[in-house]
Ligand binder design. Structure first.
Ligand SMILES: [Fe+2]
Length: 359
């Protein structure tokens, strides 16, 4: 058996890894108020303990607690890499530094190309790189909002991260390139379902109604109506766009344009007026007011556990499923879908042409 190297494999809460795959990271190198691109472990007597999963919010308190215990470093298992995340952060800072509209449009092209390459052409990249960069760049709400959402429901928390990140890219697709406005839509997306959990536990009946509604509008409401013990949930569900908008308005000082909070009120309206709570038709809702709907409808109503290959699943497959939902459910997203499809095709083609030229 000489020369045989035994590599101990660990499995912690469904995460399987060997110690070789872990990276030792100093506590001081982990940012508070961030969404790290890795699972974070500590070892006690050679046994690994999962402290945070990739995508969990890192509270200041968490770092202080371990610092007080004298812990100098953690073991990290990368899902996305810091380098990948930094790539998107650099693009966002280019938007901030752009001096005029022409420069902003060039940055848009650059971002579309990178995004298409990572999440359309390739199938081995994690969406967490983009999610982590978006949170770092655009999250402006108090810490309490993200912490309470995470504590109330991991479904609502992971959806908030995903839908908000999709809203950033959806702004870019619609050539909304003002970073203050993008930031407002990021934070509005983050809070669009906040009233369902946030300050309280996310009710089981409501979670069922939400996913039913996403797949077949009207069926979530029908499900609650059919029960004789769900009158409270029915009211909470039908009014959640207004209730969440009211809660977001409590943080209006975090928005550059507080009126964008009102977009939350329309995220369940439909093209033919069969949506809720207002029953407005697409004709009564502007294209900009549909920005949040895209992220909401492309993201399943389930807890998302970030994986190192989930980018294409969320973006490319998500878009293909959303196309069916849009037709089936009369979602006012036809323009949005065309913009995404054309941009992704263009982004991939440009990259291929470049490679061809080099060869
Ligand atoms: Fe909603």
């Amino acid at each position: 058996m000489r020369g045989l190297k035994i590599r101990m494999e660990y499995s912690v809460k469904g995460i399987t890894f060997t110690k070789d795959e872990l990276e030792l990271v100093k506590l001081s190198d982990i940012d508070a108020n961030s969404v790290p691109p890795c699972h974070i472990f500590t070892f006690i007597q050679e046994r690994p303990f999962l402290l945070l999963r990739a995508g969990d919010f890192v509270e200041e308190e968490f770092l202080v607690k371990y610092k007080r215990k004298g812990i100098q470093s953690f073991y990290c298992l990368n899902i996305a890499s810091e380098k990948e995340s930094q790539k998107y952060k650099t693009i966002f800072s280019k938007f901030n530094n752009a001096k005029n509209e022409i420069q902003r449009r060039r940055v848009k092209d650059e971002l579309v190309k990178i995004f298409a390459d990572d999440y359309w052409k390739q199938s081995d990249k994690s969406f967490l790189s983009f999610v982590s960069a978006c949170f770092d760049q655009f999250y402006n709400l108090p810490e309490d909002v993200v912490v309470s959402l995470q504590e109330s429901s991991l479904v609502l928390y992971s959806r908030a991260l995903l839908t908000s990140s999709f809203s950033v890219m959806n702004c870019v697709m619609h050539s909304i390139l003002d970073t203050n406005f993008i930031s407002d839509l990021y934070n509005a997306s983050f809070m669009m379902d906040y009233s369902l959990g946030g300050r309280k536990e996310f009710n089981f009946l409501l979670s069922i109604a939400c996913e039913k509604e996403r797949n077949a509008p009207g069926s979530g409401i029908e499900f609650l109506k059919a029960r004789n013990d769900a009158s409270k949930e029915l009211l909470e569900f039908t009014e959640h766009p207004n209730l969440s908008a009211e809660l977001a308005l409590e943080h209006s000082n975090c928005f550059y344009n507080p009126e964008t909070v009102d977009f939350i009120r329309y995220h369940h309206e439909k093209a033919d007026g069969s949506g809720f709570p207002g029953g407005h038709t697409y004709g009564a809702i502007s294209e900009t007011e549909t920005i949040l709907m895209f992220g909401d409808n492309i993201t399943p109503f389930e807890e998302h556990i970030f994986q190192n290959y989930d980018g294409a699943l969320l973006v490319k497959e998500g878009l293909s499923k959303l196309k069916k939902l849009t037709i089936q459910n009369k979602l006012p997203l036809n323009t949005t879908l065309s913009l995404w499809e054309e941009a992704m095709k263009w982004g991939v083609a440009v990259e291929e042409r470049k490679q061809g030229e080099v060869a």
